[in-house]
Ligand binder design. Structure first.
Ligand SMILES: [Fe+2]
Length: 236
């Protein structure tokens, strides 16, 4: 199982503030049964260029690797494998930005996109299609669960009709008020990827294993195993 959406890298966004927090999160990921973690800090095009973001990400990554290197071997070796990525917040015309492919999950053509939190409009859907047609990249939709309440059902259906990979937060399986809908989306196959979107070791912590238990109990062990396989396919 790979956690495809985390804010583990220290000091780069609203996730881990220090490397000690990052390491605590990675230890928790391992105990949740996660074998690899994608580091996906927020990228906001109106705040920095792609080049600046990549430089910041590299500095945070190098810092974290140094701290990991200082751990006793048995602790270090128990940590999940790390992979670089970004959570790209959608902004109009994002399909035309230069260097987009550098923001993809490391070694892949999959680009994690955070959809807008305002009402989804034509510009959003047009950009999404342009992204696929003009760049050949495949968008991966971040945490669909965060849009279910505020977007029209028809807009959610349109997004799902594109057949691109869609993520759902483990939190939505663990919260009783959202669990049923989350299970329906997984059972129908509309959503294929389970992620933690963890930001810290306590409040928004790694929780994929806990959610997988709920899924195995409610939808069967095979459904939980399928999710683990789906996460691996992004980097296959
Ligand atoms: Fe996120």
């Amino acid at each position: 199982m790979i956690d495809l959406h985390t804010h583990v890298l220290p000091g780069i966004d609203d996730g881990a503030s220090r490397s000690a927090e990052s390491i605590a999160m990675l230890k928790e990921e391992a105990s949740q049964g996660v074998r690899a973690v994608a580091l996906t800090p927020h990228f906001y095009r109106d705040r920095e260029t792609v080049a600046d973001f990549l430089a910041h990400r590299q500095a945070a990554y190098a810092h974290l690797l140094c701290r990991i290197e200082e751990l006793p071997p048995e602790e270090r070796e128990a940590l999940p494998e790390l992979k670089l990525g970004a959570e790209v917040t959608w902004m109009e015309n994002c399909s035309k930005w230069e260097g987009l492919e550098q923001l993809c999950y490391e070694g892949t053509r999959y680009l994690l996109i955070e959809p807008p939190f305002i009402t989804w409009n034509e510009a959003w859907f047009r950009d999404l299609q342009d992204l696929m047609n003009a760049t050949g990249l495949t968008p991966v939709i971040a945490h669909l669960d965060r849009y279910l309440r505020d977007q029209k059902k028809s807009a959610i259906r349109e997004l799902l009709s594109y057949g691109i990979p869609v993520q759902i937060s483990a939190e939505s399986l663990l919260r009783l008020t959202t669990r049923r809908h989350a299970l329906e989306l997984l059972a129908s196959g509309d959503v294929q990827l389970l992620i933690s979107d963890c930001h810290d070791p306590k409040r928004r912590k790694p929780n994929i294993g806990d959610a997988l238990q709920v899924i195995a109990h409610r939808l069967g062990k095979e459904a939980a195993e399928k999710l683990a396989q789906n996460s691996e396919k992004i980097f296959a």
